[in-house]
Write a protein that binds this ligand. Structure first.
Ligand code: PLP
Length: 406
């Protein structure tokens, strides 16, 4: 065994030597954050429109969130699901206030939430087959989807860069074309249990489902006794100006997966399930040690409190439109570089005509952090409390960057 070194090595060197190489990481080492801003280890400050990939709903170090986490950490952190804890019950209630009557299961990530939805589809299929297993199991997803890196989520994610090397995958997935109900209908047969889509594809390049498509899937599910499952891991929790993005369309799903923004930076995921599906999970057939700890739920409750009391959904709805319009103005000003702007609220994709890597570097050099997505898309995911001035600043920085490249 090597002795732990007493010499303080640079963070970059530590990563080079000891951290797995599975991410294409930016060169920045971030050390501190406040609201919309983060600082790196050289003291440089950035406007953070990544929000840790749609996670930091309240930005960095929101005082209410910090106080709630500190208080809960000093009181009770983890008890497992061998016991009840007050925060989990209250958070489940709060989620049903937004999603409607039903029940909630807590987990720790988006992939794990989706894994729960896929397992739920299998149980629904078994129940519909009179208790016989393996007859009705197929889940129809969308091309270009992203549902996570577990075997279930990955099998629902039809992209070579994600599936390659890991076959054989979980059987029982089929893929229709986004916003084309007929392509989904053509895949429905006696083995189908559910339809499962992201309300707005996030990793796929900010590709929204149209309301007609979602309502069409709902009708298809009703006709064939299928569950409609929605992945709101990225677009949920106020990001589009409604608590769930599907609420803009007026569609009623049977179950919803959520995670990223829910804990305001603390890892927590959940699925909400309505009757008559809420009792499919029974004692023993699903679970997770860390699901719904007092600490995770305190972080989520503080996040929901802030979203509600600071009226952040109203803010996102009001500020998102003009911001997206301003970005569309850049598409008109620089058609050689920007071909479209998509999204809703604070989930926006700027479709570039070429590779995003160099653009993200130039934006970073001018003090703006954004995320690559899909095919040549720059994704902006500001915290829900980003001000109109901060949104305007992002447009300014993008304009300067485009102008410098023109
Ligand atoms: C991020 C994401 C996931 C996976 O979530 P993890 O927490 O990374 O496991 C699944 N679905 C969607 C839509 C996502 O954006």
């Amino acid at each position: 065994m090597n002795e732990p070194s007493l010499v303080r090595t640079s963070t970059a060197d530590l990563y080079d030597a000891h951290v797995m190489r599975n991410y294409a990481r930016s060169a920045l080492t971030l050390v501190r954050g406040e609201g919309c801003r983060v600082w790196d280890d050289t003291g440089a400050c950035y406007l953070d429109f990544t929000s840790g990939i749609a996670v930091n709903a309240l930005g960095h170090s929101h005082p209410r969130w910090v106080a709630a986490v500190q208080r809960q950490a000093a009181e009770l952190v983890h008890v497992s699901n061998l016991f009840r804890n007050p925060n989990q019950g209250e958070l489940a209630r709060r989620i049903t206030c937004h999603a409607g009557p039903g029940r909630v299961f807590f987990c720790n990530s988006g992939a794990e939430a989706n894994e729960g939805l896929i397992k739920l589809a299998r149980l629904h299929g078994r129940r519909r087959s009179g208790g016989e297993e393996g007859k009705r199991f197929k889940v129809i997803c969308a091309r270009n989807a992203f549902h996570g890196r577990t075997f279930g989520g990955m099998s629902a994610t039809p992209q070579e860069k994600i599936q390659g090397g890991f076959r054989p995958l979980v059987p029982g997935f089929a893929f229709g074309e986004l916003n084309d109900v007929a392509s989904f209908a053509a895949l429905v047969d006696d083995t189908t249990a559910a339809i499962f889509v992201e309300t707005i594809q996030g990793e796929g390049g900010v590709m929204p489902c149209t309301p007609e498509f979602l309502l069409g899937l709902r009708r298809l599910c009703d006709e064939h006794g299928l569950m409609l499952l929605l992945d709101e891991v990225q677009c949920g929790i106020g990001r589009t100006g409604r608590f769930y993005a599907y609420q803009h369309a007026g569609v009623e799903p049977d179950a919803v997966g959520m995670a990223k923004g829910l804990g305001g930076g603390f890892p927590i995921g959940a699925i909400w399930v309505r009757e008559p599906y809420a009792d499919l999970f029974q004692p023993g057939n699903h679970g997770t040690t860390f699901g719904g700890t007092p600490l995770a739920c305190a972080a989520a409750l503080a996040t929901l409190d802030a979203i509600e009391q600071e009226r952040l959904m109203e803010h996102v709805a009001a500020a998102g439109g003009p911001w997206i319009e301003a970005l569309r103005g850049l598409a008109r000003e620089f058609p050689a570089h920007v071909s479209a702007v998509r999204g809703q609220g604070f989930m926006v994709g700027v479709q570039m005509t070429g590779e995003t890597g160099p653009w993200l570097t130039r934006l970073r050099e001018r003090g703006l952090l954004a995320v690559a997505s899909g095919h040549n898309v720059i994704r902006f995911l500001p915290p829900l409390n980003a001000t109109a001035a901060e949104l305007a600043r992002s447009v300014e920085i993008l304009r300067e960057t485009l102008r410098a490249a023109a």
